[in-house]
Design a protein around this ligand. Structure first.
Ligand code: PLP
Ligand code: COI
Length: 358
């Protein structure tokens, strides 16, 4: 049995944005979930409180040594009014894998998913309806001990936020323009590239900013050892269709093991598409492009969903893919995945968890 979640409801409810005004991650709902951890005590005091600032001492360990981890998943309103979560237990498992890598405490999977369900049920009126919108769920765990010596913190807080969102990219669902970064690297073997931790994102910002200032949407990272092999894009895993084969980099500890990536592999396998998880040299992608065999490229992720890549920039050269249009496999994957997520297509894989609405 878990400690019961105490609920402190907000007195005033905030106005909700119109679905058509939604962008990504700039509006938050009325409530958030919080729970604290202390060594020797464990997780305690689970509570739902009005969304608002948290207070931390400047010596809190999260500000100094980067002990923070997070997750991202979405809730959808089904056509029949049901509220649906997509693979929430996979997020719980990945949060715990990230926690282990950063010497942080794991959370009980049932408790974690139960907390998300209760929070989403309370703020369910914030779930947008329009195509391409959803309620983004952002759990984050941060170290809170006031301590400056380098050691794992003995105290932590888990917060779960909700944010109604539209498309992640400013171009909406139109194909993205991706810049292949050849100097900086996101991660390297033995590092924390597979963990969902803030430092992985902070180290990407400079290259992302440079790429954005030249009109690109995101950066494609190459491997940290040789800068030769494709890894992933800033907020998504990446796939290429080379002729009739779809390829994606393997999970070797340097990229995030994406839940959307795994879902796409299952869908493609189910359709009988030839798929390979293997090292992909950037030169192979360039050669395939030059030979007319790079038929499609797309990124996949919770925020990004299935995002077609219409152009890759590498070493001063813009390579257009599929004439800058969304490819056939990309479009089929988008429809199949969002159909399952939004409850309009059958969930053969058992990916959907329905939120009990009290
Ligand atoms: N890669 C990175 C670096 C990400 O931040 C994300 C987003 O979570 C992904 C890949 C895709 O992972 P998922 O499909 O689990 O959202
Ligand atoms: C997600 O897709 O859930 C992520 O965490 C990516 C983030 C950069 C928005």
């Amino acid at each position: 049995m878990y400690e019961q979640i105490k609920v402190y409801e907000a007195g005033d409810r905030k106005p909700k944005p119109l679905d058509e005004d939604l962008r990504f991650g700039d509006v938050f709902t009325d409530h958030m979930f919080m729970m604290d951890y202390a060594e020797g005590v464990g997780w305690h005091d689970p509570r739902i409180v009005p969304y608002g600032p948290v207070s931390l001492p400047p010596a809190a360990a999260c500000f100094h040594y980067g002990q923070t981890i997070f997750e991202g998943l979405k809730a959808y309103r089904g056509p029949d009014g049901r509220v649906l979560l997509f693979r929430p237990y996979d997020n719980a498992r990945r949060l715990n894998a990230s926690a282990e890598r950063l010497c942080m405490p794991g959370v009980d999977e049932e408790m974690f998913v139960g907390a998300i369900e209760q929070l989403v049920a309370l703020d369910q009126d914030w779930i947008p309806d329009a195509e391409g919108t959803s309620l983004y769920i952002r759990p984050v765990v941060y170290a809170t001990e006031e301590h400056l010596a380098l050691k794992p913190s003995s105290t932590y807080t888990l917060v779960i936020l909700l944010s109604p969102v539209g498309p992640y990219y400013r171009r909406g669902i139109a194909p993205t323009k991706i810049y292949v970064e050849t100097e900086q690297v996101r991660s390297s073997p033995g590092g924390v590239g597979a963990a969902k931790t803030g430092g992985n994102y902070a180290r990407c910002l400079q290259a992302e900013f440079r790429a954005a200032s030249q009109g690109y949407d995101q950066v494609l990272w190459l491997d940290g050892r040789e800068r030769k092999y494709v890894e992933e894009v800033g907020a998504m895993n990446v796939f290429f269709r080379l002729g009739e084969t779809v390829v994606t980099p393997p999970l070797c500890g340097t990229i995030l093991p994406g839940i959307t990536r795994d879902s796409v592999l299952h869908l493609l396998g189910d359709w009988g598409v030839e798929v390979e998880e293997r090292k992909i040299g950037l030169s192979e992608v360039v050669d395939a492009h030059d030979a007319g065999l790079l038929l499609e490229a797309f990124g996949v992720g919770t925020a990004a969903v299935i995002s077609p890549i219409g152009l890759l920039h590498w070493n001063g050269k813009d390579m257009e893919i599929n004439e800058g249009r969304t490819g056939e496999v990309t479009a089929r994957l988008y429809d199949a995945l969002t159909g399952i997520q939004r409850g309009s297509a059958e969930d053969h894989f058992g990916w959907i968890a329905e939120v009990r609405l009290r």
